[in-house]
Design a protein around this ligand. Structure first.
Ligand code: RET
Length: 267
């Protein structure tokens, strides 16, 4: 299959093509809107949250351009045991899993800074998240053994548990101390609920048990992306733009970088 075959395969299926183009359009709107919303943010910490948030639709538009062009998709022969084994090449949008490696850490950086995280927790969340995405990519691309597809899936879930732990246990306590509990609480619930949808969809879609067909699975991810990326980022930026001073006062990471030894006269 050439890239041109892939491009045609996608565009012969209106449902599949629209699931990709819809996100290109939305990401474009989100980029312009977020630049506008952040135009007056001056506090460096709030600016960092803003840049991390802006990178989410920027990565997304690149990701979907890769998918829709046929560059980051393939057709994989599934191994014996898989529901679609022996049916010829199964459409695999592997570029999705690859680009999550770049977009999801940005979501976590923005959330962590909002919560006033320290560097250890932020590094934990980000590295575990990258582990989750890369092993998820491995699960999708493994064609030698059906069992090993699910082994990679299991490893990815284990990484995901670490991310959930930071989100559900560590950062809520930090956010309380930072005075950002309310907005953090909203975004935490949105993130946890939506992110849980991805492994469920993977298991039900063509990569997993193949209960859902390729176009429906693709719309599933696209729908989750719309809420987990653009709606999430919009709510976060709107709050940051209006509450810059609260962010400025949250100093865990700023403090670590300016005074590495503990200072008894803080505050
Ligand atoms: C996979 C399959 C393997 C098991 C697990 C997964 C989790 C994926 C998640 C993705 C989130 C993506 C987002 C993208 C927005 O840009 C890789 C599907 C646990 C949680 C939020």
């Amino acid at each position: 299959m050439t890239q041109n075959d892939a491009f045609e395969f996608i565009h012969n299926d209106a449902l599949l093509a629209s699931s990709l183009w819809a996100n290109i359009a939305l990401a474009g709107v989100a980029i312009l809107l977020f630049i506008y919303m952040g135009r007056n943010v001056e506090d460096p910490r709030a600016q960092l949250i803003w840049v991390a948030t802006l990178l989410v639709p920027l990565v997304s538009i690149s990701s979907y351009a890769g998918l829709v062009s046929g560059l980051t998709v393939g057709f994989l022969e599934m191994p014996a045991g898989h529901a679609l084994a022996g049916e010829g090449g199964v459409f695999s949008p592997w570029g999705r899993y690859l680009t999550w490696t770049f977009s999801t850490p940005m979501i976590l950086v923005a959330l962590g800074l909002l919560a006033g995280t320290n560097r250890a927790k932020l590094a934990t969340a980000v590295t575990m998240d990258i582990g989750m995405c890369i092993t998820g990519l491995a699960a999708a691309l493994t064609t030698g053994s059906y069992l090993l597809r699910w082994v990679f899936y299991g490893i990815s879930c284990a990484f995901f548990v670490a991310v959930l732990y930071v989100l559900l246990v560590e950062w809520p306590a930090d956010a309380k101390a930072a005075g950002t509990s309310e907005i953090f609480g909203t975004l935490k619930v949105l993130t946890v609920v939506l992110w849980l949808g991805y492994p469920i969809l993977w298991a039900l879609g063509a990569e997993g048990f193949a209960v859902l067909d390729v176009a429906i699975t693709s719309w599933g991810y696209s729908g989750l992306d719309i809420f987990a990326k653009y709606v999430f980022a919009f709510l976060l930026l709107r709050w940051v733009a209006a509450n810059e001073r609260i962010i400025g006062r949250t100093d865990s990471i700023a403090e670590e970088t300016t005074t590495s030894s503990a200072s008894p006269v803080d505050d």
